[in-house]
Write a protein that binds this ligand. Structure first.
Ligand SMILES: Cc1cc2nc3c(=O)[nH]c(=O)nc-3n(C[C@H](O)[C@H](O)[C@H](O)COP(=O)(O)OP(=O)(O)OC[C@H]3O[C@@H](n4cnc5c(N)ncnc54)[C@H](O)[C@@H]3O)c2cc1C
Length: 468
């Protein structure tokens, strides 16, 4: 269909809904943070209400069109990428923060509210929204729910799922569902709200959510530690968990440090280089906490696991120390990283990383790999960087060859091929490494129940039938 035909079709059938068929808009809204697909949507639509989303979904069903629900497009699995003439439905004009009830400690938000906006709203109420990560300034609550986003404080506060008290959803069939309505207890059959969390836009479009806010934590301090080995990382984790009240325990390799320092022009934190670094955040409400933290540090030094460390002395210094971890993703973005967002049980992390390093060094010595991750949750980000002389297509092919080995190893350890970024287009061939045939068959049936004509995010998350 030509852009002019699409234009008149949308104008005629969706009066009041903003849209564009302009090439620049199509390119911009047709992609997320991944760079492995060429965006080719037919139109971009900006609904302003749940009712308008319903109109769009009903029209798509009537005309056999496909829709891509779109949030802040910070996703790393190509879930919001539109490559086959879809209509991108962006929630970015649904950004209202609605009713807040201090007794329920819940706030109603439209799906397009930016994660940071909700964090700031919680602060203004004297409360806390703990889900946080480096893209919080761009990602949307709807996208966070659709990916069950995690981040840097999962260790203590859990994933986005923990904070979803209610949802309004337009299903792929065009029905509006109000799920759970903020109830704390609700034992009335299957909890469809939780089915929507992490559903990556294949079942319905989330238009509104009731989000739970919690008590703010006591004052926090941050340590940046240089560690002698991977085994030392796990020992220091165990020691820290026993001695201080941890909110975060984040790992990164020396290569990761090199990239973030060069992109953000940060000084070397320590005189000597170490193979691994961790950023810890923990409660520091007074002298007892401070003493416990120092005792932990000394014990780690005595054991030879901690080589050096910095203990933040102010909120500003804590923010600076976080930059060494939080800036990593951005610092390697220009190198077209192929991201593996993998998880194993925390106790299996050292074995997993050692075996993986062996695979990478034996088979792909020419690839630069950058490790970082939420080690306290068993979630590692293995980033393979594109060599300058390789085309994106060739690089992707080589990485997919790496993936087969990486995911085989994960399967043998009963781990996950996607801990928090979702499956989308990039990871769907590998889903059988983490989910059984029976589970995938059930997922297909659930998809068909919510979206009988397959209008929502077709071709995403569920492997092509030939792959299963
Ligand atoms: C620098 C950087 C750091 C990151 N760090 C983390 C991290 O620590 N932890 C983490 O979990 N993620 C992280 N991410 C990934 C990403 O930010 C999260 O996955 C985030 O939740 C995506 O939200 P979004 O609004 O950008 O969604 P999008 O990328 O727009 O979409 C993601 C998926 O959700 C679907 N979707 C979007 N909105 C809706 C809706 N309203 N209804 C139904 N489906 C919808 C899309 O179709 C797509 O499948 C990071 C990304 C970047 C760029």
């Amino acid at each position: 269909m030509s852009a002019a035909d699409t234009h008149s079709l949308l104008q005629k059938n969706l009066p009041g809904v903003d849209f564009s068929t302009d090439e620049h808009a199509l390119q911009h809204y047709g992609r997320d943070w991944t760079r492995f697909h060429t965006p080719r949507p037919e139109a971009v639509l900006w609904p302003r209400s749940t009712g308008q989303v319903q109109q769009i979904v009903r029209l798509a069903n009537k005309l056999g069109k496909s829709l891509v629900p779109s949030g802040g497009r910070t996703g790393y699995s190509a879930g919001a990428v539109a490559t086959r003439g879809e209509w991108v439905v962006t929630l970015e004009k649904m950004r209202a923060i609605g009713e807040f009830d201090p007794i329920d400690r819940q706030v109603e938000v439209e799906a397009g509210v930016i994660t940071e906006q909700l964090q700031e709203f919680a602060r203004q109420q004297g409360l806390f929204y703990p889900v946080d990560f480096a893209s919080a300034g761009s990602s949307q609550i709807g996208g966070n729910i659709a990916t069950n986003a995690g981040g840097i404080r999962v260790l203590r506060y859990g994933m986005t799922r923990e904070y979803v008290a209610g949802l309004t959803v337009v299903t792929g069939a065009g029905e509006i569902l109000h799920l759970n309505n903020g109830l704390v207890k609700n034992a009335t059959g299957l909890d469809l709200r939780h089915l929507m969390v992490g559903s990556e836009g294949v079942l319905g479009i989330i238009t509104e959510a009731r989000m739970r806010l919690i008590d703010p934590p006591p004052p926090q301090s941050v340590m940046l530690l240089a560690l002698s080995s991977l085994d030392a990382v796990m020992r220091v984790f165990a020691l820290a968990r026993a001695r201080v009240k941890l909110s975060s325990f984040e790992l990164f390799s020396h290569k990761a440090l090199t990239h973030v320092r060069s992109q953000r022009e940060l000084p070397a934190p320590f005189e000597a280089n170490s193979p691994w670094y961790v950023v810890l955040e923990f409660d520091n409400a007074g002298p007892a906490d401070e003493e416990a933290a120092l005792a932990f540090f000394e014990a780690g030094m005595e054991a030879g696991d901690i080589e050096d460390g910095i203990f933040s002395q102010s909120v500003e210094q804590a923010r600076q120390l976080w930059q060494y971890r939080e800036g990593i993703s951005e610092s390697i973005a220009h190198l077209t990283p192929y991201k593996n967002d993998i998880a194993v049980r925390v106790s299996k992390v050292p074995e997993f990383m050692r075996r993986l390093e062996e695979i990478l060094q034996a088979s792909y010595p020419d690839f630069e790999t950058v490790w970082f991750g939420h080690i306290g949750d068993g979630n590692l980000h293995l980033n393979i960087l594109k060599p300058e002389n390789l085309s994106v297509a060739d690089f992707q092919r080589r990485c997919e060859a790496v993936s087969a080995d990486v995911y085989g190893l994960i399967e043998s350890l009963q781990g996950s091929i996607s801990a928090e970024h979702g499956v989308g287009l990039l990871k769907k061939p590998y889903l059988p490494h983490s989910r059984s045939q029976a589970e995938i068959a059930l997922m297909r049936q659930i998809k068909a129940a919510f979206d009988p004509n397959g209008v929502l995010n077709p071709g995403k998350m569920l492997p092509d039938q030939t792959n299963t």
